[in-house]
Design a protein around this ligand. Structure first.
Ligand code: GDP
Length: 609
């Protein structure tokens, strides 16, 4: 079974490749580049071994192509020569015009998967046919039924020079492929290979999982103990009847959020069972090929990168970032900065190119996401407490992004860390906003009753109903907290659109007159360009409408609904790029414990996939 196949130019440009095992073969290819490019010039098939691997390659001096296959040395691959030869011929046949054009040749969009997989399937089938069988007696054989004349005809035919007709190879292979999908074929082949290597040492678990595979996917069973996912959701704005006895259901979460908030995990690795190794490898391959670095596979070998070399790759990279929800403008700027940093750089080998490009991009993304200053709410709140001042946080953002919900989660985390909290209900606009906070307050106190905290009521609500001046309510709340030794004040504000001037003015006033310790912008992870527009305008309004010479603008970001975006994590980049401010909290669901800290590396990894 093949592990890796590649066709590249003598200049080191990878035109097409297929990795069946998910391993990295760059060292092998590097060796080959050294041997073939620097030493060999023959057009015959060549073979060399490198630890457990067998490497076979073939040169085409006319088009200056190198075709190469890699497989495990232990595997007897009788069709290696043939597949190498057929692959090169088929590739040349299909792309001859393109390969001869100095411009088209470097477009690197050589779609050869289908043809190659058909060829491979056919070779695999023929191999199993040609496997040694039990000897037949002469009388049983077809030869015994042949006439002498027919034997002469046969030998004449076989002495004719063999002509490789690519169309016939492909048609033949497609016919053989039948209805099987390429993926299925690969899976079957890898399964056979694994069985062979394991000497049929199939464990009971593996057998069982084969049976369960056949029986179809089992319904998911949620773990109750320790799982936060089963906890009743925090959407308290709807049916309040549901909240009866919630504390009984959720009491297991008490004590789970002590200390600093755990880091977010982005796109966890698939956990396949042992019997799905083949599947896993193929998935891995697909992920790899569809990943951002697949755009870079086309540049290998020693050369100095020019703007032209990078142009096409960067165009694709920009599209990739935009598809991951990075705002368009920011994706452009990011790619320009990567181009600048790479232009003129000397690239050594197959290995180093991918590494150089990857690290340039990674460095840019890490730089953007790494905050210039760290916001440590617990440390700052303790400091304020020492000075007998309540630590105040104001939450702002557009409607429905999760301000109240995430305020409640943050409140839970603070109470877990033994801070008493006053929630100031300053959304005096939206019907139900105050009731929503009241429900949270009741619920949080049920989870953390006074008897567990030296008879302190850990969460209080400061409310003045609807239609009143929000800035005034916040001021009264802070004063109340100060008078009654409440540690922290969390101010909920009405959602507002970034273009609504009167509402933006009133937010600016609320912040100016109350001078909070922290202004947090709450934004959804779902948005791309919209997030940038919201943030730019919120910041602008806070600066423009403030009566203060040194206006207090946004200090940090709460990125909500992170659980709904899969790997489209671009909003994190856009928001931090535009403000230069850190993501302080990440909302990852609808329970009190679904609050995380940003993990810069995980976000960058996810963007690069
Ligand atoms: P507000 O208008 O900004 O105060 O938004 P709410 O706090 O009322 O939240 C709006 C909706 O978003 C509610 O249904 C919340 O349960 C939901 N929500 C808030 N944060 C998250 C989160 O991190 N993940 C998910 N999946 N939903 C969230």
């Amino acid at each position: 079974m093949l592990d890796f196949v590649v066709i590249f130019t003598k200049g080191g440009i990878v035109l097409w490749c297929k990795n069946f095992s998910g391993q990295n073969y760059s060292e092998c290819v590097n060796d080959l580049i050294r041997i073939v490019i620097l030493e060999g010039r023959s057009s015959d098939s060549k073979y060399f071994e490198r630890s457990d691997l067998a490497v076979q390659y073939k040169l085409d001096n006319e088009l200056e192509l190198i075709s190469l296959i890699i497989y495990q040395k232990v595997v007897n691959l009788p069709y290696a020569d043939k597949i190498l030869c057929d692959m090169q011929t088929a590739f040349k046949c299909k792309f001859e015009e393109k390969l001869l054009s100095p411009v088209l040749r470097f477009r690197l969009d050589f779609d050869f998967d289908k043809e190659f997989l058909s060829m491979l399937l056919s070779a695999e089938k023929n191999k199993s046919k040609s496997a040694p069988k039990q000897m037949r007696s002469f009388n049983e054989s077809l030869k015994s039924k042949k006439t002498v004349a027919s034997m002469f005809e046969e030998s004449e035919r076989s002495s004719k020079p063999k002509q490789v007709n690519i169309q016939s190879i492909l048609e033949h292979n497609v016919e053989r492929t039948g209805e099987l999908s390429n993926e299925k074929i690969m899976m079957e082949n890898r399964k056979k290979m694994k069985e062979k290597l394991l000497g049929k040492k199939c464990t009971t678990e593996q057998k069982r999982s084969v049976i369960s595979d056949k029986a179809g996917k089992k319904p998911r069973i949620w773990e109750l103990e320790g799982s936060t996912k089963d906890a009743v959701t925090l959407d308290r704005s709807k049916n309040q009847e549901e909240n009866v006895n919630l504390q009984k259901i959720e009491s297991y979460i008490v004590g789970t959020m002590q200390g600093s908030i755990p880091d977010i995990e982005v796109v966890a690795d698939d956990k396949e069972n042992d019997n799905e190794v083949d599947n896993h490898n193929i998935n891995k391959e697909n992920r790899k090929i569809s990943g951002i670095l697949s755009y870079f596979k086309g540049v290998v070998g020693a050369k100095t990168l020019t703007k032209l070399d990078l142009q096409e790759i960067l165009d694709k990279m920009r599209d990739h970032l935009i598809a991951k929800n990075v705002a368009t403008d920011i994706a452009f700027k990011l790619c320009d900065s990567v181009a600048e940093s790479l232009e003129g750089k000397s690239i050594g080998t197959f290995d180093s190119i991918a590494t150089v490009i990857k690290s340039a991009l990674t460095v840019s993304l890490l730089r953007i996401l790494s905050p210039k200053r760290r916001i440590d709410v617990i440390r700052d709140a303790l400091e304020a407490k020492k000075n007998n001042k309540p630590y105040t946080i104001i939450f702002c953002g557009v409607n429905g992004v999760g301000k109240s919900t995430n305020l409640a989660k943050i409140c839970f985390w603070l109470v877990e860390n033994d801070f008493s909290v006053l929630i100031a209900a300053c959304d005096t606009f939206r019907a139900g906003a105050v009731e929503q906070l009241r429900t949270h307050t009741r619920h949080l106190n049920a989870l953390h009753p006074p008897q567990n905290h030296n008879n302190r009521t850990m969460v209080q609500l400061y409310e003045k109903g609807y239609g009143k001046d929000a800035a005034g309510i916040a001021m009264e709340a802070i004063k109340y907290a100060s008078d009654t030794n409440v540690d922290i004040v969390l101010v909920d504000t009405a959602g507002r659109m970034q273009d609504n001037e009167p509402l933006m003015r009133s937010l600016s006033k609320l912040i100016t007159v109350n001078d909070p310790d922290l202004v947090l912008f709450v934004g959804e992870a779902l948005v791309g360009n919209e997030a940038v527009d919201q943030l730019v305008k919120f910041n602008q309004s806070l600066a423009d409408y403030s009566s203060n010479d040194n206006p207090h603008i946004i200090d940090g970001i709460v990125l909500t609904k992170f659980d709904t975006i899969d790997d489209k994590v671009g909003a994190a980049i856009s928001m931090t790029y535009i403000t230069g401010q850190p993501i302080v909290f990440v909302g990852t669901g609808q329970t009190y414990t679904d609050l995380k800290a940003i993990n810069v590396n995980a976000v960058v990894n996810s963007l690069m996939k």
